[in-house]
Design a protein around this ligand. Structure first.
Ligand code: AHR
Length: 496
């Protein structure tokens, strides 16, 4: 059977927040030092930022970037990371010495350079409520008090106007420094939020959360009135200890596990009357979990295994297809998901790999390029008549996976229609016909696709173009418009 998709661009389902295309960087391995921040490299600017990285990140229109962690932040003494003399400290999250050469000032400057809003995640592990509100003073007060004046002394007379602040990162987990039980957490968030909002009532506040009923009920009852966002995280191919990456087909089963945590969190928000007031920030997500084995071991090498995150062969069309399915879910649930931060941006499992002489654009990079450049700001009604499926065996279960995942959008300013069509199928192309009663208003159709010859293709230093973006004109006929989408591909059809 053929797949037909009926589009009704007069029926707006919701407005997407561009912050679903956000990113995250952490003080881990080579994300910052040797990644985006590489003083002394001939490719770096006078502040030490890699200009090739800045250019590539600017090209994918990142609206917001979260920093400094992640687990790192739960023992991060931010005050040691500002000023002329930076005090190194032993980072107990990752068991390395942090030089503190990259701190708040550098992060704000980096955000500006790529045109993104800075989003600071604060230390709710070893830090106090006062440390958090001092940090807001440092960034946002003009000239009142010790911390704003310290920023001026450090060469930044004008406030940084950091609008987005999270209280904590995964403080529910025993892996986190300064983890807290749900009772402690509710009170701590409330008291921290009170102080931070007193410094700058215009900030938007997040709190570390999981899609768990008890944790969120207590958090929202204690601190919901201060919160604008609730943070959840997701890594589906968990690789903390083993670096045995799931194959393409298994990764396709993970694409069906993106929506449940969104719905669960949405229903919890709804049950307490916070829908419409508090939104979901999926502020760490990636198909692949980061690899950092033996972090608690007294005998095992816990540092060199982290280099395996740099193996570019790990990041194939499975990563591209998963990333597109994730962004499609953010669009489908744009009523409650207002932000998402790809984790991380540079190196580890990121969209860009850096080496001393340049960068490699990994498969996921091109998905962000397509979505941020061509998808619209309004989600519109679309009805997929039929999609075939394929079966994947996982843990003894036969999982039925629809080949196609489709979301339609419209650009409010010029009514351009853009449709994301993901073909999950590992080896079959799919024919899709689009019908819309507004067809006559379009005179051009173009299909942009992230393509590769194999589902396991990847880009690397020696072959940087195995995965790339292809574009082609599509004829518009009276009865509709038919495209053929390649296997394991991410496509955006643009009707102008
Ligand atoms: O594996 C990296 C860690 O994943 C991040 O630091 C943390 O936020 C998440 O648990």
């Amino acid at each position: 059977m053929k797949t037909t998709v009926d589009i009704n661009s007069n029926r707006i389902l919701g407005n997407r927040n561009e912050m679903i295309y956000g990113h995250f960087i952490e003080h881990f391995h080579r994300q910052i030092y040797g990644g985006l921040y590489d003083p002394g490299n001939s490719l770096s600017d006078d502040e030490g930022f890699r200009t090739d990285v800045i250019e590539a990140l600017t090209n994918i229109n990142i609206p917001i970037v979260r920093w400094p962690g992640g687990c790192f932040v739960s023992n991060y003494p931010w005050k040691d990371g500002v000023g002329k003399y930076r005090v190194p400290f032993f980072d107990k999250a990752w068991r390395v010495e942090e030089s503190n050469q990259f701190g708040t000032d550098e992060f704000v400057s980096f955000s500006k350079k790529i045109g993104a809003e800075p989003y600071i995640c604060t230390n709710a592990g070893t830090g106090s409520s006062e440390d958090m509100s001092d940090w807001v003073e440092y960034c946002n007060l003009k000239d009142q008090g010790k911390w704003a004046n310290l920023r001026a002394e450090n060469g930044h007379r004008d406030p940084f106007h950091v609008k987005y602040w999270s209280i904590g990162n995964e403080n529910y987990g025993d892996w986190e420094m300064g983890a807290k039980d749900l009772k402690e957490w509710g009170r701590f968030v409330r008291e921290s939020a009170k102080m931070m909002k007193r410094v700058d009532p215009s900030i938007e506040l997040f709190a570390a959360s999981i899609s768990d009923l008890d944790w969120n009920l207590n958090l929202l009852r204690e601190a919901g009135k201060y919160l604008d966002w609730i943070s959840i995280h997701g890594y589906w191919d968990t690789l903390n200890e083993s670096n045995e990456l799931s194959d393409y087909e298994t990764c396709m089963t993970y694409t069906l596990e993106i929506e449940p945590p969104i719905l669960k969190t949405k229903h919890i928000l709804g049950s307490l009357g916070y829908l419409g007031k508090i939104r979901i920030a999926f502020d760490e997500w990636n198909l692949r979990g980061w690899h950092h084995p033996h972090v608690n071991s007294a005998t095992e090498d816990y540092l060199s295994p982290r280099d395996k995150n740099d193996l570019n062969a790990s990041y194939t069309m499975a990563d591209a297809v998963f990333t597109a399915c994730f962004l499609n879910q953010c669009l489908k649930h744009c009523d409650v998901v207002g932000m998402a931060n790809f984790s991380p941006t540079v190196n580890t499992r990121g969209a860009i790999f850096t080496h001393p002489d340049g960068i490699v654009l990994r498969s996921t990079y091109f998905v962000f390029e397509l979505f941020t450049k061509y998808m619209g700001d309004q989600v519109i009604d679309s009805w997929v008549s039929y999609s075939d499926s394929f079966t994947v065996e996982k843990e003894g279960n036969a999982i039925d996976i629809p080949s196609l995942d489709i979301v339609a959008t419209k650009q409010e300013k010029d009514s351009q229609v853009s449709i994301s069509i993901v073909n999950r199928h590992p080896d079959q192309a799919k024919e899709v016909t689009f019908r819309t009663n507004q067809l006559s208003s379009f005179n051009q159709a173009k299909l942009y696709s992230v393509l590769a010859d194999s589902k396991d293709a990847y880009n690397d230093v020696e072959h940087p173009n195995e995965v790339s973006i292809d574009e082609k004109q599509i004829p518009i006929k009276d009865d509709g418009l038919t495209i053929n989408v390649a296997p394991h591909s991410v496509n955006v059809l643009v009707l102008r």
